[in-house]
Design a protein around this ligand. Structure first.
Ligand SMILES: Nc1ncnc2c1ncn2[C@@H]1O[C@H](COP(=O)(O)OP(=O)(O)OP(=O)(O)O)[C@@H](O)[C@H]1O
Ligand code: NI
Length: 314
């Protein structure tokens, strides 16, 4: 059986005094063996919260609903949302799923060298591979590993956490902005490495603002807007002509496509409308849009009452 992660109707709420943050709403998608799914969307739309929900890393004021079934060869299927913390800690985090955290510097211990932290991860996860080898794959020279976190540039710290995420040889790699602070050649190298991991029979969930990087590596593109996955499409289709007006807007905002920003701002996640959250920014909206659009069906899903036509030959 093909290994996969299948997320169904995942919702995450944060309870604050006097307000509820709707960080992830009714998200469904799958990542299969050999595939890379890129998750894109503006800052604050819920991408990292989704990653943390899958890893069991949400804070105490969060409630989670839905399911996320992890099926990988040999091990019994596991619903990451229902699984006890003990099981996630012992069998999932670092082992079946490796997370590249979004803020590398915050995840490194200041008083120990990068090497000490990578060696510890390898030992804990029972991986006999030499630290230098893992580091080299992440684009780090052995001498750079001997530095303390404050002696690392942002790009080097990024590469250290990328290497640590792979220390347990995980089946799924969730990479949350793995290229922030990296220059183009290192972005390309990181994407090549992620592609290699997927091609080796693993799976990659890439969270990124960098659509150009996503285009290099992803098989499918999921777009989040205001806590919802509003579009999910094969990458070739997405880049040829996205059907969701928000997805189209994201592409038009790229420097290579004219740099036209989407006017307006996303709504507050404490105060989401009942209908389409993109309505106030959308030039295709009608009265129908005050009702929530259906999520659509795979392989090319578009949660919109008035999707754009696309002209890709099927
Ligand atoms: N512990 C928390 N308590 C309350 N709200 C939170 C908490 N953690 C995250 N949020 C809120 O959840 C929303 C989604 O945040 P998230 O970090 O997932 O965004 P993101 O899509 O990853 O953005 P970026 O691209 O900037 O990383 C934000 O509005 C954020 O303020
Ligand atoms: Ni984030």
């Amino acid at each position: 059986m093909t290994s996969s992660l299948t997320v169904r109707s995942l919702s995450v709420r944060f309870h604050l005094p006097g307000a509820t943050v709707h960080a992830v709403s009714d998200a469904s998608f799958a990542v299969r063996q050999g595939e890379c799914l890129a998750l894109v969307g503006e800052s604050g739309c819920g991408k990292s919260v989704m990653a943390h929900a899958l890893m069991g890393l949400l804070p105490g004021n969060a409630t989670v609903a839905g399911s996320a079934w992890l099926r990988t060869g040999g091990a019994p299927p596991l619903d990451l949302i229902a699984a006890p913390e003990r099981v996630l800690a012992r069998t999932v985090r670092g082992r079946r799923i490796g997370l590249v955290p979004q803020s590398p510097a915050a995840h490194l211990t200041p008083v120990r060298t990068a090497r000490a932290q990578l060696v510890e991860a390898l030992r804990e996860l029972g991986n006999p591979a030499p630290a230098d080898e893992l580091a080299a794959r992440a684009g780090l020279a052995p001498a750079q590993l001997d530095r303390y976190p404050h002696q690392l540039s942002g790009g080097m710290a990024q590469r250290v956490v990328n290497a640590i995420a792979l220390a347990g040889d995980p089946w799924l790699i969730i990479a949350d902005e793995p290229t922030s602070g990296l220059d183009r050649p290192l972005v390309d190298a990181t994407m090549t490495e992620l592609r290699r991991l997927a091609d080796d029979g693993r799976a990659v969930l890439l969270i990124t603002h960098d659509l150009r990087a996503a285009e290099q590596v992803a098989d499918h593109i999921a777009v989040m807007y205001a806590s919802r996955v509003v579009s999910l499409a094969p990458a070739a289709e997405f880049f040829a002509g996205p059907r969701h007006p928000y997805a189209a807007g994201l592409l038009e905002a790229l420097p290579s496509r004219g740099f036209t920003p989407i006017p307006g701002r996303p709504p507050e996640l404490t105060d989401l409308p009942a209908g389409c959250a993109f309505l106030p920014r959308c030039d295709r909206s009608t009265a129908a849009c005050s009702h929530l659009p259906e999520a659509g069906t795979e392989p090319s899903r578009v949660a919109c009452h008035h999707p754009l036509e696309h002209h890709v030959a099927r």
